[in-house]
Design a protein around this ligand. Sequence first.
Ligand code: MRU
Length: 373
Amino acid sequence: MRKFRGTPIIPEGVDLIKPFFWTEQALYILDQRKLPLQEVYYEANSLKKVYVAIRDMLVRGAPAIGIVAGIGVFIALKENLNRVNFPLSRKRLEREFDKIVEKLASSRPTAVNLFWALERMRKVFHGEMATFPSNLEREHYEKLLEVLKKEALRIWEEDLRANREMGRIGGAILPEGYVLTHCNTGALATGGYGTALGVIRFAIEQGKKIQVWVDETRPFLQGARLTAWELSKLKIPFKIITDNSAGFLMKKGLVQAVIVGADRIALNGDTANKIGTYALAVLAKYHGIPFYVTAPIATFDHSLEKGEGIPIEERAEKEVLFCHRSRVAPQKARALNLAFDVTPGELITAFITERGVIEPPFEINIRRTLGLV
Ligand code: MRU
């Protein structure tokens, strides 16, 4: 690891893999573009750098993006502290805050956790601002930073707790045998444990005999590079498969369950997740294999009735046209690079959340779990 400045802030419960940590000076992000070949931490000490880290997927995975955005608000306001003069008008700081939130919110569109975390930071910001006079002194600003730092840390700690709980709840229902997973839903994608991968990890720690099929997950290769890296570290048996192998393995009886994460879940159970998830769900249904989605409550979008309203990120063509900087397609070939798809709720066996397993009918049971009815 490269040198870093300050005392690391990192909650208890982050063990083998540290996807990021922060200090008063900067946020350090394990650069996932470089894994598994290099383990390098990227120093983000400005709003711009945090934004780029999310946009360019140095950090990715819905819960991780949310946590990093929360910390990003703190980093950005800290950066701002060096530029402002006191007394500082409340209105001006509010405008500055809105700009920070807007910038971070524009980094990636699909994972709702990003917007959820920013909203939490916004609430805390306004709550604290309401107690200040209309012109702020330095001590007010510092108090505000302290409160925002605490909230960002709370978001991270809550995610870790939710992960362990999902592991416990999901670990009990996951069958033994071959379990297939897509993308990366482990420590790298969360506060440091995992959602779907956390369930697999927990089940194995409880003594279940499981072998994992890891979808390589083109084009960013979250499976082949990141999930495989995590499973190797955890000494969990796995094999990487190409994304198009799933159907045939299912037909041969070599898949007992599919378990994936989520980026945004609508109130009827429609679920946005990494592109390829929908095809897996269709295949699982055809072969009568359970299809589990594991996600914290923060991934449910209270404002969305169904999946049609979920914004689907379209990423650069070059991610498809190139493989590790080598062009693999003809010079003039174009590509469509949708980063996510939406799986209809009817293809999902159950959701595993920190509040328990949600079974169909999802229209009622999701609302009940979220406390909306
Ligand atoms: O584009 P990514 O790598 O951010 O997409 C990640 C996924 O699709 C994950 O499955 C999802 O965020 C859940 S991570 C616990």
